[in-house]
Design a protein around this ligand. Sequence first.
Ligand code: FAD
Length: 509
Amino acid sequence: MTDPSLKKIVIVGGGTAGWMTAAPLARLFERAAEGGRPEVVLIESPDIGTIGVGEATLPPIRAYNRTLGLDGADFVRKTQGSFKLGIEFRDWGSVGNRFFHGFGDFGPPIDGRSPWQHWLRLQRKVAGLPTYEDWSMSTVMSRRNRFTPPADGPPSAANAYSFAYHFDAGLYAAYLRDYSVQRGTQRVEGTIVDVELRPEDGFVAAVKLKDGRRIEGDLFIDCSGFRALLIEGAMKSPFEDWSALLPCNSALAVPSERLSPPSPLTPYTTSTAKAAGWQWRIPLQHRTGNGHVYCSGFISDDEAAATLLAGLDSKALDTPRQLRFTTGRRKAGWVKNVVAIGLSGGFLEPLESTSIQLIMDGVGRLIQFMPDRHCKPHLVAEFNRLMGQQYESTRDFIALHYKLTDRRDSELWRYCAAMPVSDNLAHQIELFRTTGRVAVLDRDSFQEPSWVSLFMGLGLRPEAYDPFVDHVDEATLVHHFARLRQAIHETAAGMPDHGDYITRHVKAL
Ligand code: FAD
């Protein structure tokens, strides 16, 4: 019987997805015994560029970096990065509304229940109670532009926060490329013009390059971006279009000058809702990233560009770059010996910085379900089942931002107020509205505090709360919250300014 082990893995594409796939494989196989180590080849085209946007992330990127053994400060320095404690939302829900989706929790449980449930109970009875955001450490730090990583030690309200990064996507891919190549990944420059299938089972046998080279492999990872060269071109895996649930289909991106002190380097992304979409602002060390995501049915590209430029807080460094997309996912992201990771596998607009997260989820699952050369159907089906759930729960979280709106001032917002939502999202909204509870699975990208921030920030107030919290003495609770609030504000006040933290702990390396 022939040896079924993988001898060669071919990654097609050298954008963020390609190099984020190559790096952990390089790390994994670096430790494998000689002979049990498949060759890893990454092909990137000198003629076809990368998408080049993708500058904001979610906290699990830190675990990804740790798996690679990367040093956090070195990473931020080399990618001109900054720290991200969450997203500030402006004009979402209603014009003038402002709220924060901070990373982390509202503090450790009180008597086994989230402080948020206790707050729900108290705010019905205690006049002048501060808002729930006052017990979110990441929110309080963001409002003051403070940053330092959470302190180790027993869980407390003052360390119940998390953080992610903003970075230059081009520098990040280059950083991971150097990392992977140093650990044995072979980089091939060339443009694929043909894909050869095995007649007996339809598996990909090889890809052919424009210059005549032929690259064989056992497993092909399609990181070719929106082109979806293998998963769609060769495997014909259909795309499930989610435009009805998430209507934006275009973006314009432009860098602008970094604001100089005394204007702060904000430790958060800003998302401002507009008439036909929303605008992002991502602070980096060397520039600010900006973009306008919009629905082309409700605004012309010229008007969208004018909106973007009018919303900048510093001088544009270029002319806006146009991007088009269709929201949705590949029905099967893994077919035969082709696995799609990155934009080839699906796209959800960048409102909650979920694309890089979905890349990490895809790579993690691929490593978990690493096949032999047969790519057994049940293994493939399990990968597809789990990734399908991940995409759908993420889609629903993003759709919530649009659906829960009181805005009726433009066609987009009128559409959103009336648009259909999935059964799961309809259930989430009703569950929260009637009971103050949230339904999440451990593996979902967004956990209870994130859903609570969004529901509350968008103005949905629950009719009830967890009855278990009534067991706690009210006066003790009021006293406890007052102490917590003071501790949170004092801790934040003692932290360095975000820009100063980077100067001292990142640039000074
Ligand atoms: P690409 O970057 O398009 O790379 C494709 C690669 O395939 C390239 O190297 C290309 O050379 C290669 N290739 C293609 N065809 C061939 C061929 N024939 N032969 C050889 N090579 C080929 N994500 C986030 O997490 N956070 C964000 O803030 C964020 N913002 C975004 C904003 C916008 C407007 C958009 C559209 C996306 C955003 N994303 C964001 C998503 C993020 O940009 C992508 O998930 C990420 O860059 C991965 O892209 P990719 O590597 O799949 O594709």
